[in-house]
Each structure stands twice: as C-alpha cells, then as structure tokens.
Ligand binder design. Structure first.
Ligand code: SAM
Length: 458
C-alpha cells in the first residue's frame, strides 16, 4: 500500500544525527508500510489465540501476551473483544512490561500510579503483571477520557485498580506513597504519523516546545508522590529530542534520580540512546521494528519523604444481611464490602486502608469491583460484577452463539428459551458479557447503554 505522506521538514531536520534515525528508511516506512495490527491477550481469560484469529499470528518479541495479527479483524463484531479477552494495543508500548520486570520485584505488593492513563492500554498491561496484593491507581485528567478508561478497567475485570480523575499536582499531597509512577506523557505525537494522518496536520515545532514544557510540569508535580528508591518510568510517542532525551537530562538535573540502563536483545532492534548527560533512553523506530514510534526511560529516586498517613479511617460497612446476599453472587472471602452512597463496592481486604485513603484524597471514579446497587433495599448487580473474576461461576446464566451475543451487545431484545427467572449472565465461549433480567413475559437486556455496539454487522 502506498500513501502520500508529508512528514514535516523541520522534524526531519531535527532528527539528523539522532541514534537510529535513517532518513530514507524513515520516509519509506511512512509511505509504503502496511499497517501493523497487534493485540495483547488477557492472561486469565486464556483462549487459544489461533481459535480467535485467522491468518498468521506472531509474538511481539518483548511481550509475554502480545501478538501481531496478519489480518485486522472487525474487533467490534467479536464478542471476545467485549468480554475483555484481549486489548488492541500498539506493539512498542508493550515494552513497559520489560521496564517493570527489570526495575521492580513484581511479586511484592506494590503501589503503582499510571498518571496519564486513558484509554488504558498501559494500565491493563500493568494490571496483568501485578500481584494480587498490589494496587494500581489509573488516573486521567481529561474529563471526556475518564469514562473510556473506567470502561476498559471494568472490561479487563480488575479488582485492584482505582480509577481517578485528578490533575497531576493533586498527587503531591500523597508524599512518598507510590513505589512506581508511570508517566506516559501527552506529546506532539510524531510517533503516530504512520497510522494517524491527523497527527501530521497537528504537528508543529511550537507544539513540541509546548509539550516539553508541559511534560516537565507534569513530572515536577507528581515527583513528591514517589517514595525513596521508587521508580519513575517516562514515555512518549514523540521522536523529538526535546520531549525525549532532553527531558531525561532535565529530570536528572532537577531531581535526585539515577537513570536505569535496561537490557534489550539485539534482535528486537530497539535503539539505546545516550543523552548529553549520559542518561539512557530507548527509541522504537518504525523502520527498524514492527511497532509505532515510542520512547521510554526509567529512573530510581534517591531521596524522598516516608509516607505519613494522617487520615482517619472511615468505614462504610454493608449490613450483615446484604453481605450474606452478596456471598451467593461472588467470592467475598478476601473482600471488604463498602456501601458508598448506595453503590456496593468490593475492595481487596489487604488494600482496604489504601482504598479508603485515596477515596478521601482524590476524585475516585471507580474502585475495586462495583458489585451493584441497593435500590429500595433490593440488590441490583452491576455490569462490573459480571466482568469480574470474583463472580461465582454458578450464578445463573447461559451460553449464546455469536449472533445472539452480538444482538445482546447491540442491546437488542433477545429471546432465549428456558432461562431461570431473575438475573442471568450471558456468556460467549465461557466468557461473561453482561446481565439480562428474565421477567415472566420478557427478557430485559442490561448491557450498559453507553457500551452498546451502535453499528449493524455488514
Ligand atoms: N497511557 C495511555 C495508554 O497506554 O492507553 C495513553 C496516554 S496518552 C499518550 C497521554 C494522556 O495524557 C492522555 O490520556 C491525555 O488526556 C493525558 N493528558 C493530557 N494533558 C495532561 C496533563 N496536563 N496532565 C496529565 N495528563 C494529561
């Protein structure tokens, strides 16, 4: 496939001499390359990858669960996509797995902040790597982008994630709280030129400068929340040095941080770059590997305050009767059940104090698992419970075929004979899609309105 793509000349000029840059190959890959499709499968919702996708399938070499697909299927009309069996993610970004594995002990209970998280690619990846007793705070500052982040966290079936909607500076009050902070910074977006022509139209030298200033502001705002010896991971999808190596040098000058050199295999073709102050960064060039443009680096913090909790705990317990009721829907043995204004949440017991603290200090949009709501003293299960690994497999439900699954996901009326009265889970190939409520005369489709498939299958 040949496209006429006009890469801005000032960008080309600025990249001369940058390690790994090859003007002819770079321009060529932007005009001639076929698009790359890659996905990352959910490790706990394991499906044989060859049963889901046709065509040839190859592993993303730096990722445990990432695959390249030779054909781009219609993800919208695949019920397994809606069941959270996989996430469509650009391959270079999956390298965050390597960064975490090489910088922290993932078997330990960790507190991780993904500061710029929407739509949730890195958050769902990080969540898959964490131990059950680790906490991920997944934050997005832009209002219109928080809901998609929350929806993706729910779809991924996470119990140890808190979704927040805060400005980076709001985290400064949590001094020394996090073991790891990931800043996947908003940037000028040149790394996306290959798949997004709008990114080319929006690019300017001035925007590169504005982005680099904003990146510094974001990093400075959030730095106090990182504990001593904590890890900060910085990434962008920009090729510009001002947003990449120069930010590393600014970081190592402004704060007491030690840059961490990472291991990469030569056959991955990731380029290690060295900044003026000898900080290592890692560049993903699309003419050298199968992925979009990406840059990442990691630092260890040498100083920092110890986190002091001055917050008084607040308990919002549910009644014993409701707890007994919930016990028949889900595994509550390791959960603390909380009634937050009529919404019933299950929080992991081991993290209860952290959840409570964050609920008091941040704008929490979602936490743990939303089991359901109490309406006129009756428990109504939430979509998140259907998507959660905590739900009992014995909860009433039914398997449906692909076309019924799509009709369900379109929120159409579906007819399924023989269902028990009341709440039932709709399953496709054993994976939960959501709820229906079976009444004597009809079946009410409870798939969330905002998630429904709007298109008709071609
Ligand atoms: N990490 C995400 C993923 O893997 O799916 C992609 C994040 S995207 C590169 C950068 C994010 O930063 C966007 O969601 C954007 O809304 C957010 N953002 C924009 N301005 C910001 C700011 N001033 N502070 C923090 N985040 C900001």
């Amino acid at each position: 496939m040949f496209r006429k793509v006009q890469i801005p000349q000032p960008l080309i000029q600025s990249l001369q001499g940058v390690e790994g840059f090859d003007e002819a190959a770079f321009l060529n890959v932007h005009t001639s390359a076929t698009p790359i499709t890659s996905i990352r499968v959910h490790p706990q919702k394991s499906e044989a990858i060859h049963d889901i996708f046709s065509g040839s399938i190859e592993r993303v070499p730096w990722s445990s669960h990432g695959y390249y697909l030779s054909e781009r299927p219609s993800f919208t009309f695949d019920p397994l996509f809606h069941a959270g069996c996989y996430y469509v993610q650009e391959a270079s970004s999956m390298f965050i797995e390597q960064v975490l594995q090489q910088t922290v002990d993932l078997s330990k209970p960790l507190k991780i902040l993904d500061l710029c998280a929407a739509p949730g690619g890195k958050s769902t990846l990080i969540q898959s790597l964490l131990s059950k007793s680790s906490l991920l705070v997944s934050n997005e500052v832009i209002r219109q982008r928080v809901n998609v982040l929350k929806d993706n966290i729910v779809k991924w079936g996470c119990n140890n994630v808190i979704v927040t909607h805060n400005d980076p500076r709001d985290f400064a009050k949590l001094k020394g709280f996090f073991d790891v902070i990931v800043v996947d910074a908003p940037c000028s977006g040149s790394g996306l030129f290959k798949k997004d022509e709008d990114a080319i139209k929006e690019w300017s030298e001035n925007n590169v400068i504005l982005c680099s200033q904003r990146q510094q502001r974001i990093l400075a705002d959030v730095m106090p929340a990182l504990k001593e010896n904590g890890i900060i991971i910085y990434s962008t999808c920009s090729y510009s040095k001002e947003e990449d190596e120069d930010i590393l040098d600014w970081l190592s000058t402004a704060f007491s941080l030690s840059n961490i050199r990472l291991d990469t295999k030569p056959e991955w073709h990731i380029v290690e770059t060295t900044s003026q102050l000898r900080n290592y960064g890692y560049r993903f060039w699309p003419h050298l590997l199968r992925g979009e443009g990406f840059f990442v680096a990691a630092f260890r913090k040498n100083d920092g305050e110890k986190f002091k909790n001055k917050t008084r705990f607040v308990s919002r317990p549910v009644t014993r009767q409701l707890a007994m009721q919930l016990d028949s829907w889900m595994d509550i043995s390791e959960q603390e059940l909380q009634n937050v204004k009529g919404s019933i949440y299950a929080w992991p017991k081991v993290m209860y104090e952290d959840y409570d603290l964050l609920l008091q200090h941040l704008r929490v949009v979602y936490s743990g698992t939303l089991a359901g709501a109490l309406v006129h003293n009756k428990f109504i299960p939430d979509h998140a419970l259907a998507m959660s690994p905590l739900i009992h497999t014995e909860v009433s439900g039914t398997e449906v075929d692909a076309s019924t699954a799509i009709a369900y996901l379109q929120r159409k009326n579906i007819e399924i004979p023989g269902l028990d009265a009341g709440w039932n889970v709709i399953r496709y190939r054993g994976h939960n899609l959501g709820w229906v409520n079976v009444l004597p005369t009809r079946i009410n489709n409870y798939y969330p309105k905002e998630l429904r498939i709007l298109k008709e299958k071609p």
